[in-house]
Design a protein around this ligand. Structure first.
Ligand code: COA
Length: 182
């Protein structure tokens, strides 16, 4: 296996699917720190996410710093519905303390839907794979029993990441994307 084994600290307080809220905590990999989202990251993250190519498969366009601040405010506040949690982390390199992307999970009951985005300048070094593997480990250590992702059929890099994180592709297409499950 490539570098990047998950290091989950303070693991395993099982989630009571009906009442509990999952809260993002910091975790790490060999090369990365996964930091719970803060609104203050918006200005730097707007630069990280500024390449229109990043939105080829997911749709959307680069957010301005103000738009991202507003989005982060909503994400940090959460859905306000019992049994549902929005978990967001920015990805930081241990070597340079540089923000390079993000991972997220929407948890409903004991099912977590995950996604990942890495700034173009930092792609192709296995960082997204490393973060996704550790994210799945964190989620399962905190009570998730099913992890899913939606991946566009033509997005080979995301498919490779999903597979590396232990998800398998189903034949179910939802809004033009394959459902992957673990
Ligand atoms: C998806 C994304 C994070 C991948 O970033 P990345 O830096 O290429 O990812 P990694 O370096 O960790 O590589 C992941 C895997 O994809 C493979 N890969 C990368 N580019 C590829 C390509 N063009 N074709 C085929 N495989 C590719 C890598 O070889 C690696 O596979 P391996 O682990 O089996 O060797 C990045 O393209 C991105 O942020 N895209 C925009 C956001 C997005 O669409 N996110 C998906 C939402 S779920």
């Amino acid at each position: 296996m490539a570098s990047g084994g998950p290091a989950v600290e303070g693991a395993a307080e099982p989630l009571d699917a009906t009442v509990s809220k999952m809260i993002a905590t910091r975790f790490g990999t060999d090369r990365l720190a996964l930091l719970p989202l803060r609104v203050e990251y918006a200005e730097t993250m707007a630069k990280v996410l500024s390449d229109p190519v990043l939105y080829t498969f997911t749709g959307g366009e680069p957010p301005t710093a103000d738009e991202l601040s507003e989005r982060y405010r909503r994400q940090v506040a959460g859905p306000g519905r019992p049994g549902e949690s929005w978990l967001n982390w920015v990805i930081s390199t241990l070597q340079d303390d540089e923000l390079i992307g993000y991972v997220q999970a929407t948890v409903i009951g004991d099912e977590a839907e995950i996604a990942w985005v890495l700034g173009t300048a930092w792609q192709g070094r296995g960082y997204a794979r490393e973060a996704a593997i550790a994210l799945v480990a964190w989620l399962e250590a905190h009570g998730a029993r099913r992890v899913i992702a939606h991946v566009h059929p033509d997005h080979a890099a995301s498919a490779a990441i999903a597979a590396a994180a232990g998800l398998r592709r189903t034949d179910l297409l939802e809004d033009g994307e394959y459902l992957w499950v673990r």
